[in-house]
Design a protein around this ligand. Sequence first.
Ligand SMILES: [Zn+2]
Length: 482
Amino acid sequence: MLKKRKYVFAVVVLAILVFSLLAYQNLSVPHKNLYEITASFDPAQKTITAVQKTVYVNTSGRSLKEVIFHIYPNAFRDEKTAPFFPSEFSKAYPSGFSPGGIDIQWVKVGGRSIPFTIEGRDKTILKVDLLKPLKSGRSIAVFMSYTIKIPPSEGRFGHGKYTYNITNWYPIACVYDEKGWHKDAYWILGDPFYSDVGDYRVSIKTPASFIVASTGDIKKEAVRGGYKTWSIVAKNVRDFAMVVSDKFKIASDKVNGITVYSYYFSEDEFGKRALRYGRDALKFFSDYIGPYPYHQFSVVQADFYVGGMEYPNLVMIDKGLYTKSNVFNMEYVIAHETAHQWWYGVVGNDEVNEAWLDEGLTEYSTIMYLEGYYGKSVADNVFSKAIEKPFEEFMASSKDTNTLKPLSQFKGWEDYTNLTYNKGAVMYSHLRKLVGDKVFNQILRKYYNDYKYKNATTQNLIDVATQVYGKDLGGFFQEWLY
Ligand SMILES: [Zn+2]
């Protein structure tokens, strides 16, 4: 992220149920989870009704008695758990608070209803009891039916006058790693997400006048009886997001064989500018870090007050940036969110406990983008004014300057921004001076290649840097991060 500044489709449900009975089996092992979601979006009721099949793969190395999912919409049920500071509420809910959430109707395995519980301080954890243990290396198909209420929020999840921001919306499996299940809440700060790469097949039915911008590739748009069904496939992505609107215009272009889209509702001039920035950024990072491994990238203007937010193949951009006086900010935010396709999207990390890992690298990559297109003096100037100076001022007046800590230990956006984005970027500028431009670039390229579609840790990054440089860089990172 970058801060700046009731339809019931009984037939569909029934078809899925029949399919689910036939399809259940302890499947041979794919290495990643598969999500198949059949959903209906109702803009009048502000709801999404869906049936989801998750083929969950147990890669934990031990038997699991349960599978645990995040159900993030529940954070929006209550003003106390909605992920906004009190000072942000009037922007997040310009027409006042009204609850969102997700109601799970049932969970089934092998055609049988199975018990589930909803847990966590913000009720965003769904624990599914498998009844019998799932051995390591095996997979299981878990089916569920749910209804989501979209709140009137102009944050990541919600709707405003122009767009429905449907992100972190469906039940997504929690990561199980060497620390066990990661059952983090939807924290008020940062981008509090951590997920594994998976495959997605999503079908979403909307009124025919609506346009869906999403993760993945739209394979088919079928219109019938005033409705449109969008069939979307996404491979090797760590989340699936959509922005839906009946006001979108679309512009597109191609770069390095990838289609870049701009979805917008402002004047064409700014929608086309957004397209150009997205295309240029995609090209720069593809050349500098490594190829973008998907078919499309969408830059989406949204009722989103926070600047920009990254999702796989899709970035949401604050509608307020589509104006003459904001074109530089617009370019900066789009370049930043595009860099996240590499750092967060392809190479993942635990954004709750090591937020600096993607944000620091993304922020410095944005500076590299400026250097690539505008030259070193422009990039240096932006770096020193927007990153280094605020960081130095923060360091001079703060006691707690530790970067490697969970989101819960940051006080607010100021220390979070300085210690993850700014400190990370300043550290990379020093690293680049130390190892030289060529080695610096090799470190980024190797880190990208080695951790493609995986989750990396700070230690993984240090190890790659040391390996490429040929001398131990542990001390360098230690000094900056701890
Ligand atoms: Zn970011």
